[in-house]
Design a protein around this ligand. Sequence first.
Ligand SMILES: [Mn+2]
Length: 269
Amino acid sequence: MQERVFDTLLLSDVHLGSDISRARDALAVLDSSSYRRLILLGDIFSDLNFGRLNGDHWKFLSQIRKLSNRKRKIEVVWVEGNHDQGLSQIMSHLVGIPVYQRYVWEYQGKRHLAIHGHQFDRFVANNAFVSRMGELLYARIQKFDHRNKSFSRYLDRLNTRWLRLEAKVASGALAYAKSGHIDRIFCGHTHLSAHLERDGIAYYNTGCWIDSRPTYITIGEEGVCIREYDGGTHHRYPSEEREPEFAAPVDLFEQAGLSAVGVYESIRC
Ligand SMILES: [Mn+2]
């Protein structure tokens, strides 16, 4: 049987450098799937401290570098997340792949856009200080939660729920896609995989790799699939459709330095 080759595989929020990063499992997915394009959709790093990377984290980075070798004919793209910000120069040198603020491509006549999603999260965008405090607190709790990390994982879910990130990001992303003639928009950032459609535009969230249910997305002949990694067996994960709570105003994008007028093209960092 011929191996299935996806047009694109997307994953986000691996948080290399965090104790609960599932870098080894993410690497297993990269190694066991075939794809023409790989999009690392932001927050691949947890922070800028390279001293926190362990062996698995370095293996993940080194595999990304290998995949980007021209002989492999795979287009590898890094889309900057809020935790990756400022890493674009280092990444293009260390790993040898281009870093984008947003990335646009076409497949089967549909325009696809990949953007991390923090741009639609007003809490992060407008309260950088408060957000930083939350991160520091979370890092501290992680440090003291050695045993099985269950509390950190629980807190991670609770935290995103509490911020209502998912609804904000989904509704902001859908509005953003609409104003730029995009058919499918892909985000990370919320750590919760999701799929919803509005006005003929599809929003997908890639989820994360620091949780008990790590997920990634494939795009191919059969369409878009949110897949759950389960120790070697890759389950298709039923997508949940939820109504976004409110629409983000277009000037939010302007504030974030993302023009919401015209037909979107990719933006390099
Ligand atoms: Mn993020």
